[in-house]
Write a protein that binds this ligand. Structure first.
Ligand SMILES: [Zn+2]
Length: 289
């Protein structure tokens, strides 16, 4: 995919901080990465992006740099997009404006037919359940673990055909119900599903929509999710290694057939998991293609 990425650095700043942004995807539903060169007396505080803010972390493979991930909401429209870098220089609080051009992710549309009872859950019990599950998940995603559990490139949770890409606009029984929040891999029931990278298992639960679900915290605001499983092989709170079997694929939850739904969150936002994996591997973990 051809990617356009612009950065305009204002010239009126007193201090010329060195900001690097690799030419990478900055479109709705995707994640950009920002590098900042460490400087004597300078402390980077956060990136402020509208109502959201993101922390800056040590580059895992370059002691001279800090990095921050900048995920873009799926519903963001293509436009110039402003992010504020807040930092201190010799204890003086300063900020720097970073201006990007966000391009359209050009996602496809798909129509899905499922049982009516699962499209518009009317029962109070179901409503209460899905609201509770949503709140629990949001609480997890909003938690930014300062440490980085990851030391090497991410992998995909199984080698299989992708049956539905991230971001497809989804129409259920003629009603627009949002977009596909992850990447679906073909997986017959019982296929081993492995951890994309090292991390901590923070959720092992049967949920209404996603069925038997596992969420892994990789640290520094990065989470990966594995849905519709038939069998769990790990427990909540457990530390897992990349490639470790988390469970077996299945057909639990709101689903039209067995498959694995793999998704990711960065700084609380749902993003394209495969683009995130490629971005992190290329920019932080030195994977060459
Ligand atoms: Zn899916």
């Amino acid at each position: 995919m051809r990617v356009v990425f612009y950065l305009f650095v204002p010239f009126y700043l007193l201090f010329a901080l060195e900001v690097q942004i690799p030419r990478d995807t900055l479109s709705n539903g995707r994640t950009a990465i920002i590098f900042l060169k460490k400087e004597a007396g300078v402390k980077f505080v956060k990136l402020v992006d509208g109502k959201r803010s993101y922390k800056l972390f040590e580059h895992p493979n370059d002691v001279s740099k800090m990095y921050a991930l900048l995920p873009q909401n799926y519903y963001n429209k293509p436009a110039k997009h402003k992010t504020i870098l807040v930092y201190t220089k010799n204890h003086q609080k300063l900020q720097k404006e970073l201006l990007f051009h966000v391009v359209d992710g050009k996602y496809a549309k798909e129509t899905i037919h499922v049982q009516k009872s699962k499209v518009n859950p009317k029962s109070k019990t179901v409503k209460n359940r899905t609201q509770k599950e949503y709140a629990e998940a949001m609480k997890i995603y909003a938690t930014v673990t300062p440490q980085n559990y990851v030391t090497s490139p991410f992998i995909v949770p199984l080698q299989s055909k992708i049956t539905s890409a991230f971001g497809k606009a989804r129409v259920y029984n003629d009603t627009l119900k949002g977009y596909h929040s992850g990447t679906d891999f073909r997986a017959k029931i019982g296929t081993p599903i492995v951890a994309s990278n090292d991390g901590k298992v923070v959720l092992v639960q049967n949920r209404f929509y996603s069925g038997n679900s596992i969420i892994i915290d990789h640290g520094q605001g990065i989470y990966t999710c594995y849905y519709h499983l038939s069998v769990f092989k790990v427990k909540k709170g457990e530390m897992v290694k990349k490639g470790q079997i988390l469970g077996l694929s299945g057909d639990t939850g709101r689903i039209t057939g067995p498959h694995l739904h793999f998704s990711a969150r960065v700084g609380g936002l749902q993003v394209d998991p495969l683009q995130l994996v490629a971005l992190l591997n290329k920019n932080l973990y030195g994977e060459t293609k």
